[in-house]
Design a protein around this ligand. Structure first.
Ligand code: ADP
Length: 589
């Protein structure tokens, strides 16, 4: 017996006993009816004797009901079921005896009245007792066997026919009981099976939730570790990149130049892997907060143009079809998503074209579509391509073919901006990746200044504050190679000492994390207060805490993330020099 069958059996017996008081009420009504209808034709003593037996039988039923309730959960279901079956058999005999006691041939009405009573009690017993079919068989069978015997005993055609017809009726009642019982059991079984399934589902869901929570915690812990360790991890890479850039500015023989180029190339690869990993951890750790603003789509597309100029792009053309509208988004993050999709499209299109277009999506969104007619993606690979480190067709994991992190970062970034990335692809024919942003009203902000055209780093006087000697050394070498004059100090006090000694600087480059719990922000404030006019300042950091980013944003300071790419450093120095001409001690040639 399955657990559901066992439970439905128990439910049958429970219901049988629960509804027994109703049968008790019905029996009382029919008993009263029998006594009243028999009263004119039957000796009082016979009626009273039958009433006594009937009451005893009802008391017996009451005792059974009380006993079952008292036994509660511990009740042996089968035994109590059998007890009730026996009781019904006994009750059937008591009711059947009416055919002998209250049927008198000299008063034909007594036959009709008595049979009415037994028909009533037997049909009325079915709904309440169908939970126990053997009980019904005994009860109904007992009553109508008595009726049949009594009618045969009278012996005339009318009574014999009545007896046989009544017995036939009892068989119909029994068949009806069987069908009803089957339906009841089936209903119980389905109910308990559903309950079991629900319970199983609840357990499985609880297990899945626990596993998901654990995985999320592990992933968060990993992200938090990476985010926290990023300062220490970026530091040596930053120094390495500075030294290798300095090496490139030196006069070297051809062999040394080729080695330096290889070192530089590998550092760049390391930086790109590292940046991708840190990007993922920053996104997962929730420290990237989008700064939404109206972004003019043609400007956004213009920033994608350089992707089409890369090496080996000769046979693929990049076409940009912007709309003259604004979207509400974080300019830098959206540009990175689209840049990623465009560079993938170019990479996976050996020959043909890549088109970036726009479509209206619903009343207030614009969808950016990056179309290519490249190699396409098989339907089976489509769901996987957004997972971390998944690359299709690069089993040897050749790093030149990418890292398999681009789409993972793009997807997370798009989610941060409130969009998914949709993809459709046709193997051998091409793909389209789409991301959508809400339409925005144009901003009233003044246009950003045109980027500096001149390189004015040579001749700048720079003050570097960094507690790490290797970084000071690397920066000094690189900046000197670019023609700047550099003073590099380890802390704020040393910086102030230089200024007190009469030194003046155009630009201060301060590392965020300094010794003795001081920060680059402290150093910048102190130097800005000490030197008149103050130098232009830039903070360099390996930290990615949201709080720091917010502080920097509030003070409108340029921020460079370690490892700083030398080209970016040079661009920022140029920008600062152009922005703060008053701070310059010497005119730019
Ligand atoms: P990867 O660094 O390998 O490009 P991505 O996460 O950017 O990593 O992409 C994952 C995989 O998706 C790629 O290995 C490539 O197989 C597939 N893919 C992405 N964009 C395209 C595209 N435009 N056409 C064909 N395949 C693509």
């Amino acid at each position: 017996m399955s657990p559901a069958d066992r439970r439905s059996r128990r439910a049958c017996v429970d219901t049988l006993y629960r509804q027994a008081p109703n049968s008790f009420a019905a029996a009382t009504v029919v008993t009263v009816y029998m006594v009243i209808t028999a009263w004119p034709y039957t000796p009082r003593l016979v009626i009273l004797a039958w009433l006594g037996v009937q009451l005893t039988s009802q008391v017996l039923r009451g005792a059974l009901i009380i006993g079952y309730r008292a036994a509660g959960e511990t009740a042996h279901v089968e035994r109590w079921n059998r007890a009730y079956t026996l009781y019904l058999g006994l009750a059937g005999l008591v009711w059947g005896s009416c055919a002998f006691l209250f049927v008198h041939t000299e008063a034909p009405i007594s036959v009709a009245l008595t049979l009415c009573g037994v028909y009533g009690i037997s049909s009325g017993s079915i709904p309440g007792n169908a939970y126990n079919p053997p009980g019904v068989y005994l009860f109904v069978g007992g009553i109508f066997a008595a009726v049949l015997v009594r009618m045969l005993e009278i012996g005339d055609v009318a009574h014999v026919t009545l007896g046989i017809a009544s017995f036939g009726f009892s068989i119909i009642l029994i068949l009806f009981t069987r069908v009803q019982h089957r339906t009841i059991v089936e209903n119980f079984r389905i109910r308990f099976e559903n309950a079991e399934l629900l319970e199983q589902l609840r357990l499985e869901k609880a297990n899945a939730d626990a596993a998901r929570e654990k995985a999320e915690q592990a992933s968060l812990a990993k992200s938090q570790f990476l985010a926290a360790a990023s300062h220490d991890l970026r530091q040596p890479l930053y120094a390495l990149s500075l030294f290798s850039s300095t090496l490139q500015t030196l006069r070297l023989d051809a062999q040394a130049q080729s080695v330096v180029a290889k070192i530089h190339h590998n550092i760049a690869a390391l930086e790109s892997l590292f940046n991708a990993l840190l990007d993922i951890s920053r996104l997962d750790a929730g420290v990237v907060r989008p700064q939404n603003e109206p972004v003019f789509v043609p400007d956004l597309f213009e920033s994608l143009r350089h992707y089409g100029d890369g090496e080996g792009r000769g046979r693929v053309t990049l076409r940009l079809r912007p709309v003259e509208r604004h979207v509400l988004a974080d300019r830098a993050l959206l540009a990175r998503i689209l840049g990623n999709l465009v560079s993938n499209a170019l990479r996976y299109t050996p020959d043909g074209s890549v088109l970036v277009g726009c479509r209206r999506e619903g009343p207030n969104r614009i969808r950016f579509d990056v179309w290519d007619n490249g190699i396409g993606i098989a339907p089976t690979d489509l769901p996987r391509i957004f997972e971390d480190f998944v690359q299709v067709g690069n089993p040897e994991r050749d790093r030149q073919k990418g890292l398999g992190l681009g789409l993972a970062i793009a997807r997370r970034t798009a989610e941060l901006l409130g969009s998914g990335i949709a993809v459709r692809s046709w193997p051998g024919q091409g793909s389209v990746f789409s991301v959508s942003m809400p339409v925005a009203a144009p901003s009233r902000a003044v246009a950003a200044p045109a980027p500096a055209q001149l390189d004015v780093v040579a001749g700048l006087r720079l003050l570097v504050v960094d507690d790490e000697a290797s970084i000071r050394e690397g920066l000094t070498e690189l900046l000197t190679a670019w023609g700047a004059e550099v003073d590099a100090v380890g802390d704020e006090a040393a910086a102030l000492a230089r200024i007190a000694a009469g030194e003046r600087y155009d630009i201060l480059l301060a590392d965020y994390r300094l010794r003795d719990r001081r920060t680059g922000l402290d150093a910048i404030s102190a130097v800005q207060a000490a030197q008149v006019p103050p130098p232009a300042c830039c903070l360099v950091t390996g930290e990615i805490e949201a709080r720091l980013l917010a502080d920097v944003r509030e003070r409108a300071l340029p921020l460079l993330h370690k490892p700083v790419h030398p080209a970016k450093l040079r661009a920022v120095l140029n920008y600062l020099a152009m922005e703060r001409p008053l701070a310059r001690t010497e005119p730019v040639a």
